[in-house]
Design a protein around this ligand. Structure first.
Ligand code: IMP
Length: 488
């Protein structure tokens, strides 16, 4: 069995000496009240390649806070309409893309931060779906940071044209995310605040003209290029006049939600430690353009550092009580063309895919299922300075099938090498595994108490969390809302 000495020590402690590193009991100290940090604050980021089930965790945290707090802030710091999460409210399924998942809580102040890219049309559709579900006709208390960048149909059309071009735009969700972020780097972004500016027509008109020229350069045309639309399925950008007319209607509809002073709101709420703060990340650290593998990376900062940028420094990530990453407990899933080293045999991958419904939420594309990869996940935990872990899908485990965990890579010379965010490099490494005893996941389904976790699950959690250098705070044991295990 090949593994680094540090992992071998953890393996020995857990599987030979029977140490559980306290994962069999609630945390001795509450992460939400850690001296030196801001009380009642938590951030949840994706710890792998997205689709880990973060939205559900955020929703659960908000439900918990709502029991005691008369007000809370739910803050989304990155991404745009490329995210997707479904909540079931009063028997109705509601898909959330730009709004964070706790948005329906009546005491929630929901902030779409500067770090996001906002598509006004799709956001209005989402608001229209959500508003009727708010308790007692309460109005969604939504604040869209005027500094957030607009991600418009122009960006979507351009992204599609790039993708059709021989060498560009691969691997996007088609939601115009990368072009909107690129506008910032090119120093010509249009921002949410521009929608209400006195010269909005000049600003948005200049944007249209620029993107028309870019489209022409790619032999494409706004009048025929199809763009995705949440309300209608697809649409077209249309003429200059059509585009500006649509924008002006959307600006009017969003007017009351656009906030030119979110940093004042955040500053004062952050200073009052009785107000819970839940930061919801979109995508995942493995999709970060710096830490993921091209072309399957997004353009935003999904790490906790993104919070500092998005709040313009009002919130320093290290002041947040708990920075937690979510991963699937026994496997990872991935969409796109990236080839991860820890490929799984088709039979087991198929079994997991069916049991865990691992199909894209919007595209229904089957997700790749791979083994847990410690060099990679540890890298993501380290670069993001993750402290805590959320383990989802604890019920996806089979007593008759040990869980394979990759403990190290070696290169062609047999030397141990780390994870690097580079496909050619990853293609050349050989993963080495250990097999850990599994448990009856179906029997665990719906479990809500730590005492319900079988010994093998506890040992596995002790091993994984020690190897990743993090502490478990929550887990999920099934699709039902209540199927949550807590350490905090
Ligand atoms: P973009 O964010 O639309 O630019 O897409 C870039 C890449 O990020 C694509 O390969 C997507 O597969 C991936 N991606 C973006 N959002 C998500 C997500 O919510 N889950 C999983 N993958 C995502």
């Amino acid at each position: 069995m090949q593994m680094p000495a540090s992992i071998a020590r953890i393996y020995d402690a857990v599987y030979t000496q029977g140490q559980l590193f306290d994962v069999d009991r609630p945390l001795a100290s509450d992460p939400l009240h850690t001296p030196g940090t801001r009380a009642n604050s938590i951030a949840i980021a994706g710890g792998a390649f997205g689709d880990e089930g973060k939205g559900r965790i955020v929703d659960e945290l908000c439900t918990q806070f709502a029991r005691t707090a008369s007000r809370m802030v739910i803050y989304r710091w990155n991404g745009g309409a490329n995210a997707g999460h479904t909540v079931i409210v009063g028997g109705k399924r509601v898909a959330l893309h730009q709004l964070p998942s706790g948005s329906l809580h009546e005491n929630a102040t929901v902030v779409l931060g500067k770090g996001m890219v906002v598509h006004p049309g799709d956001l209005l559709t989402e608001i229209a779906h959500l508003q009727p579900l708010m308790a007692q006709g309460k109005r969604l208390d939504l604040h869209i940071d005027a500094q957030a960048v607009l991600s418009l149909d122009t960006h979507r059309a351009f992204e599609a044209a790039l993708r059709d071009w021989a060498t560009g735009g691969l691997g996007s969700t088609g939601r115009g995310i990368a072009p909107a972020y690129a506008d910032v780097l090119f120093r010509h972004p249009v921002r949410v605040g521009d929608l209400l500016a006195a010269d909005w027509e000049g600003r948005l008109g200049a944007h249209y003209d620029l993107y028309s020229a870019l489209m022409r350069g790619l032999d494409a045309d706004f009048s025929i290029a199809e763009v995705p639309s949440l309300a209608e399925g697809t649409g077209i950008v249309g003429s200059y006049t059509d585009f500006l007319r649509r924008i002006s209607q959307q600006a009017e509809a969003l007017r009351d939600y656009i906030d030119a002073d979110t940093f004042r709101l955040i500053d004062s709420a952050w200073a009052d430690e009785s107000i819970p703060f839940v930061f919801e990340g979109a995508q995942a650290i493995g999709l970060d353009p710096r830490w993921g593998v091209y072309p399957d990376v997004t353009a935003s900062d999904p790490t906790f550092d993104g919070i500092a940028y998005s709040t313009e420094g009002s919130v320093q990530p290290w002041r947040i009580g708990a920075r937690a990453g979510a991963i699937k407990a026994t496997y990872s899933s991935s969409v796109g063309s990236r080839r991860l080293p820890t490929q799984m045999d088709d039979t087991l991958a198929h079994r997991i895919r069916e049991d865990a419904h691992e199909y894209g939420a919007t595209t229904r594309r089957p997700r790749d299922i791979v083994h847990i990869d410690l060099p990679c996940l540890r890298f993501f935990a380290d670069v993001s300075r993750m402290q805590y872990l959320v383990l989802t899908h604890l019920d996806i485990a089979y007593a008759d099938t040990p869980i394979r965990v990759c403990t190290q890579y070696t290169d062609a010379s047999g030397d141990i090498v780390p994870y690097r965010p580079n496909q050619a490099y990853l293609d050349a490494v050989t993963p080495h595994y250990i097999e850990l005893p599994s448990w009856d996941g179906a029997g665990l389904q719906g479990a809500r108490r730590l005492e319900d976790l079988p010994g093998e699950a506890l040992r596995y959690i002790a091993f994984i969390t020690q190897a990743l250098g993090v502490t478990p705070i929550m887990g999920t044991t099934g699709p039902e809302r209540e199927a949550v295990i807590r350490w905090m």
